[in-house]
Ligand binder design. Structure first.
Ligand code: PLP
Length: 391
């Protein structure tokens, strides 16, 4: 070896200095025994908290019964999980895979195939928005509207480009060559930027006019995170394709592409696939997760998150910071790097995330109790005071 190797794991993440060993509800415990209030939710994955009982029991029971058989066989649990997911408005069929990026790959492939099948070979451009994040694989990276994600991997796949978000003029770039537009209703990684309802409606109208499909990336906003199962439901949108991953398996790795029947018809045997996609263990997790997020549960998320956002605004106001987001996908724009404040929170045994460089991203489990939300607010107030005293 010609260089000192610190770890046998590739160095793709800047990691925190402690490892977590267990988790229950809103709390995680580190190897040294310290407990933390976890408002990262494993980056919008553990939406029902850590080790949620319903999901844990469903996966354990499946584990004793049957793990894997490949998609050469019909998988009953896959049918059942797809049936609950297609309760989402306008969605009729599901393709299962294993991650968000993989779901987005399937989505742009489906969109191009659909346009070809309609006889529109010239419609192959996939448009997305500046600051968007759609994943790290070839196509998902090409769709991502952030140069730093693509840097060093050029040439990036052709046929993808991004246009300004929440910009009316930019919608003119959707034209007869556009196969589909990729959209996050609330941009997550890019800094917690929610889109406005009017602009979203305009975007949808332009897509319809030009014959471009609308793909909504609900990988971060889905699974109840914004107070409805999918965020698009709150904006009267009628997407052709929706991608999901992160929270839909409560921590079991799984991704999904949902589509209208008309769009989904362009995937036929041999056009797309995934060995592990729709594996019985993952399907048990998806079904139990979706069933746990009942209407009353989601309504309660809407109430608690609205209250919590208001409290955050009170905390942020004296400093002139903007609080953005929807449901329990929230960010405070600090206008300077969030890392020092995150460190102060950690020393108070509270975990949150950055988004972009300057945004403190707060992703409580949807199950966080009023007391846990209060605890976070207190810790935040203290951390902000300690931080401001230093600078
Ligand atoms: C996390 C994320 C992805 C990528 O998901 P992976 O499972 O990491 O591949 C794509 N889109 C959005 C909006 C995300 O938040």
């Amino acid at each position: 070896m010609d260089k000192a190797v610190q770890s046998p794991v590739m160095n793709t993440y800047k990691r925190l200095p402690f490892a977590l060993q267990s988790g229950s509800g809103s709390y995680v415990t580190a190897e040294d025994g310290t407990s933390y209030l976890d408002f990262t939710s494993g980056i919008a994955v553990c939406n029902l908290g850590h080790a949620p009982k319903e999901v844990s029991e469903a996966v354990k029971a499946q584990m004793d019964q049957f793990w894997h058989c490949s998609n050469l066989f019909p998988i009953t649990l896959q049918e059942e999980a797809a049936a609950v997911l297609t309760e989402a408005p306008g969605m009729d069929e599901v393709f299962f895979c294993n991650s968000g990026a993989e779901a987005n790959e399937a989505a742009w492939k489906l969109a191009r195939k659909y346009q070809r099948d309609q006889g529109f070979a010239e419609k192959y451009h996939i448009l997305s928005f500046h600051q968007s994040f759609h994943g790290r694989t070839g196509g998902a990276m090409a769709a991502t509207g952030q140069e730093k994600i693509k840097h060093g991997f050029e040439p990036v796949m052709p046929g993808f480009s991004s246009i300004p978000f929440m910009d009316q003029e930019a919608l003119k770039q959707i034209d007869e060559t556009t196969a589909a537009v990729f959209l996050e209703v609330v941009q997550g990684e890019g800094g917690v930027h929610p889109a406005g309802k009017n602009w979203l409606q305009q975007l949808q109208n332009v897509c319809r006019d030009k014959g471009a499909l609308l793909i909504i990336d609900e990988i971060q906003t889905g699974a109840g995170r914004t107070g409805t199962w999918f965020a698009y439901e709150q904006f009267g949108l009628e997407p052709d394709i929706v991608t999901a991953a992160k929270g839909i398996g409560s921590g079991f790795p799984v991704g999904a592409v949902l589509a209208s029947a008309e769009t989904a018809a362009s995937f036929s045997p041999g056009t797309h696939g995934s060995t592990f996609g729709g594996n019985p263990l993952a399907m048990a997790a998806v079904k139990a997760t979706k069933e746990a997020m009942t209407e009353p549960f989601l309504e309660d998320v809407q109430h608690r998150s609205a209250w919590f956002k208001h409290q955050l605004q009170e905390t942020a106001a004296p400093y002139g910071w903007e609080v953005r987001g929807l449901g329990f996908l929230l960010g405070i724009d600090l206008k300077e790097p969030a890392a020092p404040l995150l460190e102060k929170l950690r020393s108070n045994q509270v975990l949150a995330l950055p988004a972009g460089e300057n945004v403190l991203r707060i992703l409580p489990p949807l199950t966080a109790t009023d007391m846990e939300l209060q605890l976070f607010l207190q810790a935040l107030t203290q951390a902000v005071q300690a931080w401001k005293e230093e600078v």
